[in-house]
Design a protein around this ligand. Structure first.
Ligand SMILES: Cc1ncc(C[n+]2csc(CCOP(=O)(O)OP(=O)(O)O)c2C)c(N)n1
Ligand SMILES: [Mg+2]
Length: 342
C-alpha cells in the first residue's frame, strides 16, 4: 500500500518512542475492540440481553491511539483519568479493562466491571482511571472540570481525557466546560470523536464552521482537527496535548474525524445515508485496522500470518469471555442496595 510521507514520518516517530512490541499491542487491542463489539451485536440479536447497544466499529484508532499516549496503567495518584460516552466499549478496552469483566457486565453478571449494574453504557473501571460511559450526551464534559481541578489541587502529574461526540459539542455543557477548563488551566484533553453523525443528523446540519476544533480559539486553548483513523496521528496529537497538560499549559481540544460504520444503536434503519457511503469507509485505505496493519507489514514488523493470527486471537479472547460470563452468577437480590449513594 502507498503511505503518505507524513504518515510514514509519524510511524517512524512512534517506533522510536514506544517500539515495535507496543505498536503490535495497539493493533491487537484494535482487533479486541472490533471482535468484542461484533460479538455484542450477535449476542444482542440473539436476545441474550436487554437495553440498547452503540457500536464504535470503524472508530478503534481514536480510543487506542489516545490510550497509548497516556498512563492508564499506573497506581492511584499517577493514573490518567478518562470519561467515556454511550459509545464507549473501545475507550474502556483501550484503557486496559478486562474483556471478561466487560462481557460479564454486558450480560448483567456479578463478575461484571460494575457488578452487572451498568451494562453496555456504563463500563467504569476505576483501577485504570476509567470513570465510565454515560447515557447523557456530553455528560462527561462538566465532570472533567471537577477532575481536572482535583488534579490541580492535589498537584499530581495526572491528566484527564474526555471523549465526546460531534453531537455533544453542540450541548451547552461543552462550552461551559471548555471555558472553565481553559480559565483554570486544567490538565484535561478534550477529544471530540467526530463520526460525522449525531444519530441521524449529519455534520452539515449541526454547525457552520469547517471544523469543530476552531471553537477552541473562543476559549483560548489550542485546537486541532485530525484524521482519527490514522493511529499514529492520534497517538502523536494526544501525546503533545498530554505533555502540555502535565507542563501546566492547560487543556487542548482535539477533533478526531472518523466514521461510524454501524447504525447509531440497535434500532437504526439508517435511511439518512447510503450503503455506498458506508462501504467507502470500510476500504483498506480508510479502515483504521487495515491501515495500521499495512504499515506494520510494510515495515517488516509483522508478517501476514501474524496479522491474521491477531484477528483470530481476538476472536478467541471474546469467545472465552462469554464462557466466563455464562459461568458467572447474576447478582443476588439481597445485594440490590449495594453501591447506592444514599
Ligand atoms: C442530553 C441528551 N440529549 C439527547 C440524548 C439522545 N441521544 C443519544 S445519542 C445521541 C446522538 C449523539 O451524537 P454524538 O454526540 O455525535 O455521538 P455518537 O452517537 O455519534 O457517537 C442523542 C441525541 C441523550 N442521550 N442525552
Ligand atoms: Mg457523532
Amino acid at each position: 500500500m502507498m503511505h503518505p510521507p507524513d504518515t510514514l514520518r509519524r510511524f517512524g516517530d512512534m517506533l522510536e518512542h514506544i517500539g515495535p512490541d507496543r505498536m503490535r499491542k495497539m493493533l491487537r487491542t484494535m482487533h479486541d475492540i472490533r471482535a468484542f463489539e461484533q460479538t455484542l451485536e450477535d449476542l444482542y440479536n440473539a436476545g441474550k440481553t436487554f437495553g440498547t447497544l452503540h457500536l464504535s466499529i470503524g472508530q478503534e484508532a481514536v480510543a487506542v491511539g489516545a490510550a497509548m499516549a497516556v498512563r492508564y496503567d499506573r497506581p492511584d495518584d499517577e493514573v490518567d483519568y478518562m470519561f467515556s460516552t454511550h459509545r464507549g466499549h473501545g475507550h474502556a478496552i483501550g484503557w486496559g479493562a478486562s474483556i471478561d469483566a466487560m462481557m460479564a457486565e454486558f450480560l448483567g453478571k456479578e463478575t461484571g466491571l460494575c457488578k452487572g449494574r451498568g451494562g453496555s453504557m456504563h463500563m467504569a473501571d476505576p483501577a485504570h482511571g476509567n470513570f465510565g460511559g454515560n447515557g447523557i450526551v456530553g455528560g462527561g464534559l462538566p465532570m472533567s472540570v471537577g477532575v481536572g481541578l482535583s488534579i490541580k489541587i492535589r498537584k499530581t502529574q495526572q491528566l484527564c481525557v474526555v471523549f465526546f461526540g460531534d453531537g455533544a459539542s453542540n450541548e451547552g455543557a461543552f462550552h461551559e466546560a471548555l471555558n472553565m477548563a481553559a480559565l483554570w488551566k486544567l490538565p484535561v484533553i478534550y477529544i471530540c470523536e467526530n463520526n460525522q453523525y449525531a444519530l441521524s443528523t449529519p455534520n452539515n446540519k449541526t454547525f457552520t464552521t469547517a471544523t469543530l476544533s476552531e471553537r477552541a480559539a473562543a476559549y483560548g486553548m489550542p485546537g486541532a482537527t485530525i484524521d482519527g483513523n490514522e493511529l499514529g496521528l492520534m497517538f502523536e496529537t494526544v501525546r503533545a496535548a498530554a505533555e502540555r497538560a502535565r507542563g501546566g499549559g492547560g487543556p487542548t481540544l482535539i477533533e478526531a474525524k472518523t466514521y461510524r460504520v454501524k447504525g447509531h444503536s440497535r434500532s437504526d434503519r439508517q435511511s439518512y445515508r447510503s450503503r455506498d457511503e458506508i462501504k467507502s469507509w470500510q476500504t483498506d485505505e480508510r479502515d483504521p485496522i487495515a491501515r495500521f496493519t499495512a504499515l506494520l507489514v510494510d515495515h517488516g514488523l509483522l508478517s501476514d500470518a501474524q496479522a491474521d493470527a491477531y484477528a483470530n486471537e481476538a476472536a478467541g479472547t471474546v469467545t472465552r469471555s462469554i464462557d466466563f460470563a455464562d459461568a458467572s452468577p447474576i447478582p443476588p437480590l439481597s445485594s440490590i442496595q449495594d453501591g447506592l449513594y444514599a
